[in-house]
Design a protein around this ligand. Structure first.
Ligand code: PGA
Length: 255
């Protein structure tokens, strides 16, 4: 089996004013340089307005990459308030998070729109962190596998193999996000294995073995090492716990 890339990404969401974002980025960067010896891709996703600023602060740190939390589906033009993939790239980010459940639920972003965003992102040389995950009702109704399958089928699996390899998948059960209710290791492993099986069926075993699948949803420094030790969990997408440099770096160390 091919060795998959380990990834720990910080999703700062709509938090931090400029100075706070700068301080957090610098603290993380310093701790990473001091403490992280293992081969792990570390990604920070600050609010997009601070991307260039944070890029200036961490640019010299080759262990850290930047991501945007969203991007426009359209390339450019009369789309007031939108931020294009090319702008994100030119601000220093190499990644973009697409399909986060907060975008899906609060901003009504549907699978077809997300597929378009994925295409625009890849067309502008951004790597994609594609989020999927079920709500609590969907899990109680035992439709969680179907829901995740549909999200991936429409939003991501239209790509060809070479472009799929520019993506990683973040499984984030909606009921675990920001709630303190983490998926159990068994639940996380079961879904990650299922997702890998979908890639195997749709593409091939080699591709399935090469795509990193991250877990997200109340991942913190206490539960990270158990989650990261699961065979199909290749890292994490961290919300709340990424807002404190110490906690975030401890999570990175857990990989
Ligand atoms: P959380 O958020 O770690 O605060 O649960 C994760 C996410 O939404 O990406």
């Amino acid at each position: 089996m091919q060795k998959r890339e380990k990834i720990v990404a910080a999703n700062w969401k709509m938090n931090c004013l400029r100075d706070e974002a700068g301080k957090l980025a610098m603290e993380v960067s310093a701790m990473v340089l001091d403490e992280i010896r293992n081969d792990v891709r570390i990604i920070l996703a600050p609010p997009v307005i601070y991307l260039s600023y944070v890029d200036g602060l961490v640019h010299e740190n080759k262990k850290i990459e930047l991501a945007a939390q969203n991007c426009a589906a359209e390339k450019s033009g009369a789309f007031t308030g939108e931020i294009s993939a090319a702008m994100i790239r030119s601000a220093g980010a190499k990644y973009v998070i697409i399909g986060h459940s907060e975008r899906r639920i609060l901003f009504y972003e549907k699978d077809v729109l997300l597929a378009k965003k994925v295409n625009t992102a890849i067309g502008n040389e951004l790597n994609v962190i594609f989020c999927c995950g079920e709500t609590i009702d969907e899990r109680s109704g035992n439709t969680h596998f179907k829901v995740v399958e549909q999200q991936l089928e429409i939003g991501l699996f239209h790509l060809d193999e070479s472009n799929l390899k520019k993506c990683c998948i973040a499984y984030e059960p909606v009921w675990a996000i920001g709630t303190g209710a983490t998926a159990t290791p068994a639940q996380a492993q079961e879904m990650h294995l299922y997702i890998r099986g979908l890639i195997r069926k749709k593409f091939n075993p080699k591709t399935a073995d090469s795509v990193s699948i991250l877990y997200g949803g109340s991942c913190n420094e206490n539960n990270a090492s158990e989650l990261f030790s699961l065979p199909d969990v290749d890292g994490g997408l961290i919300g709340g716990a990424s807002l404190k440099a110490r906690s975030f770096v401890n999570i990175i160390k857990a990989i």
